[in-house]
Ligand binder design. Structure first.
Ligand code: IVH
Length: 672
């Protein structure tokens, strides 16, 4: 190939990879398999290897990390990053609105409300559309230059998707670590005897501020864009337009943003987000309320350290102090014995907490937590409450350091040390068996309605159930003798056990409780191997070749199926009529928009047309521009046009924005 042909080919490859990168990391709707993506990357890497001049800084191959630095240089922000005033309650939000209305001499003000991410603020500089530098907020004037690290974050475009980029664009946003990645990272750290991060925000900060960007690349960081340093750069007239512009440029923006007319809608949105907070994949600590029109923002201007047009409506804190009464030890499903703090009950972000995890004995020693201490407790979303630290100034005299027991509290066998963990290795330990059964029945596994922990414990204690297969032999009379059971509830439980026998492969694999195989790995296994038999016969090498299934998981899967006790239980389960079905037979939800034609009219408050279109397409539907008899749904926003009349005359089903959202959210949640 001629030199310019090669260059053209490389450029084409880069664009294809960028597009798939965005589909995967920004839009959550990949179109190709991980294998195909890797193949494209390899092809580009080979080309760049042979022709080093092709290797520009914005190439997708540059996301793997650069040589380590000895120190960060400074990054001076051209326009300082200001801070935001806080409102702690409704009254303070109302007062903010009154100030804004008075200043602007008008009442009807539209606010753009967004979740307030709990991560760290970052500024990204793009020159003529190409990412050039990234820095932390620092003191607002000067931060640290973390360019190499930023480049490894896949949700950041290295060149903007536009034919006409602004000469200079400074994008601001938050780098966050998803809650599940935070838990996973901490788990790994605790296994390796490394200090754990206190919360996802610290984990995000610690991961971004690494002198070795290869470490950053290995952490799952996500960037959400929420603004630009100067609206004139794009000429947009409102915050919502800026967000949509950033989305078009290739950034991830928060789908939960919303335009609110007046302060009551702002408060309603904040209440809605507070409810949703626990179920979000990221931590948020409030809602940021911004006057939407750029002209109004300019009129309001800035005070000493913060703009007048913006306020953060903070949620109640997730930390509280209380007394640690006792440290108990608890045996988990994999035999790991975990110390648990028994607390004087205390309200943390609206929920009463009386137990909290202490992770492991080393962590207790490191934090020096003792029975009788006053401790700082933290609840972070659906993460289990944990002890952050003792408050040493409040420590009574003569408190003894904690000593880990040497015996299993359930079966009294000797505990074995495994890294930072202590483990009961007795496979028939009643505590372990109970947890296995409870996991098997749980919502994301076999989803056996009504089989709670307490019932599982009595079933095991009464000797009615020794392994998960025994559940399917239970009859009404076995159960109705248990404490708290009547005939009817016993029949209900038997019925739901029976109903659970039809199950998808991924759920079944997850239900088996193989160490390190969570819902995501289970789905990968099921997608790759298609049948239980194939998974059971897979070699260690087969397993390792799957993206996201590393050596540790592969080892544990191989060990699990090599163990005769496990294969016997699986045979028993099959003999009890477990039937593995394909996903389509089990869930209707996914297909609600599949193959359907939708058309939009009017303005939606929660998202742009383009975003709506992406959602529909991701769920297998199609968006068309006109109303015809072939249309399945017309989605109606504010101020709908003539399409509404036409749809009515053709008898086409009309969805309002809320119904549309609930359809796509329902699907989101299912994906989740
Ligand atoms: S706008 C003038 N929007 O909250 C400041 N900030 O105290 C403009 N934050 O660390 C900031 N989510 O990084 C804005 N949707 C959002 C945000 C957000 C989180 C952070 C920001 C800063 C802190 C402000």
């Amino acid at each position: 190939m001629a030199e310019n042909e090669i260059e053209k080919h490389a450029d084409e490859l880069k664009r294809i990879i960028e597009r798939h990168n965005r589909l995967y990391y920004v839009l959550d709707s990949p179109e190709i398999s991980d294998g195909e993506y890797d193949r494209l990357m390899r092809e580009l890497m080979d080309l760049e290897e042979k022709h080093p001049s092709l290797r520009s800084t914005e190439s997708p191959t540059q996301r793997v990390g650069a040589p380590p630095l000895s120190a960060f240089s400074q990054m001076i922000h051209r326009v300082p990053l200001l801070s935001i005033d806080n409102a702690m309650n409704k009254e303070e939000i109302q007062a903010f609105h009154i100030r804004v209305a008075k200043w602007l001499e008008k009442d009807n003000i539209t606010y753009c409300c967004e979740p307030k991410f709990d991560g760290l603020a970052v500024e990204l500089v793009f020159e003529n559309g190409i990412f050039s530098r990234g820095g932390t907020r620092g003191d607002g004037q000067t931060g640290e230059d973390v360019t190499d690290n930023v480049r490894t974050i896949r949700s950041i475009p290295l060149r903007l998707i536009t034919d006409n980029p602004p000469e200079l664009l400074e994008v601001r946003g938050e780098v966050v670590m998803p809650k599940d990645s935070f838990l996973k990272l901490n788990h790994e750290r605790s296994m390796n005897n490394e200090q754990m991060f206190a919360n996802p925000r610290n984990a995000a900060a610690g991961s971004l501020r690494q002198l070795d960007s290869k470490i950053t690349a290995s952490r799952n960081l996500v960037f959400f864009a929420y603004g630009i340093s100067d609206p004139e750069a794009t000429g947009d007239a409102s915050q919502l337009d800026i967000l949509e512009r950033l989305f078009e440029f290739g950034f991830r923006i928060n789908p939960d943003k919303r335009l609110c007319n007046g302060v009551d809608e702002v408060i309603a949105f904040a209440e809605y987000m507070q409810e949703k907070r626990e179920h979000m994949p990221y931590e948020i600590d409030g809602v940021v309320v911004k006057v939407n029109a750029v002209a109004d923002q300019t009129a309001l201007g800035v005070k000493a350290r913060s703009p007048r047009w913006i306020i953060a409506f903070k949620f109640p804190p997730v930390q509280a102090t209380t007394i640690l009464k006792k440290i108990d030890v608890q045996v988990g499903r994999t035999g790991v014995v975990t110390p648990v703090a028994i607390l004087e009950p205390v309200k943390v972000s609206g929920v009463t907490v009386s137990r909290a995890t202490l992770h492991n004995a080393d962590e207790i020693a490191r934090k020096d937590v003792r029975e009788g201490d006053t401790v700082l407790v933290q609840r972070a979303g659906d993460v289990i409450p944990e002890i952050v630290a003792p408050i040493i100034s409040k420590r009574p005299e003569h408190l003894e350091p904690f000593l880990m027991p040497v015996e299993c509290p359930s079966c009294r066998s000797h505990l074995v040390k495994d890294g930072a963990l202590w483990r009961c290795v007795n496979i028939s330990c009643p505590a372990v068996v109970k947890e296995e059964i409870y996991h098997f029945a749980s919502k994301e596994a076999m989803d056996i309605d009504g089989l709670g922990r307490k019932i599982v414990h009595s079933l095991v204690e009464q000797g009615l159930v020794r392994d998960v297969a025994d559940l399917f032999t239970l009859n009404k009379n076995d159960i109705s003798v248990l404490e708290g059971f009547a005939d009817l509830s016993a029949s209900n439980l038997v019925a739901s056990i029976k109903a659970s026998r039809k199950v998808t492969l991924d759920r079944f694999i997850y239900a088996l409780g193989i160490q390190h195989v969570g819902t995501v790995a289970a789905r990968r296994l099921s997608d790759t191997f298609k049948s239980l038999e194939n998974i059971m016969n897979a070699t260690y090498e087969d397993l390792c070749s799957i993206k996201g299934i590393g050596e540790e998981i592969s080892n544990s899967i191989s060990d699990f199926f090599a163990n005769e006790q496990n294969t016997t239980v699986i045979k028993k389960l099959m003999a009890q009529g477990i039937e593995i079905v394909s996903p389509g037979d089990e869930t209707m939800l996914m297909s609600e928009l599949k193959g359907k034609r939708l058309c939009f009219t009017g303005t939606m408050m929660s998202m742009s047309r383009l975003e709506a279109k992406r959602h529909v397409e991701a769920l297998g539907g199609e968006v068309v521009n006109s109303v015809s008899k072939q249309l399945d749904y017309l989605v109606v926003g504010e101020q709908p046009g003539s399409k509404l009349n036409r749809a009515a005359s053709l008898g086409i089903e009309v969805l309002d924005e809320a119904s549309f959202l609930s359809i796509i959210r329902g699907n989101d949640a299912d994906e989740g």
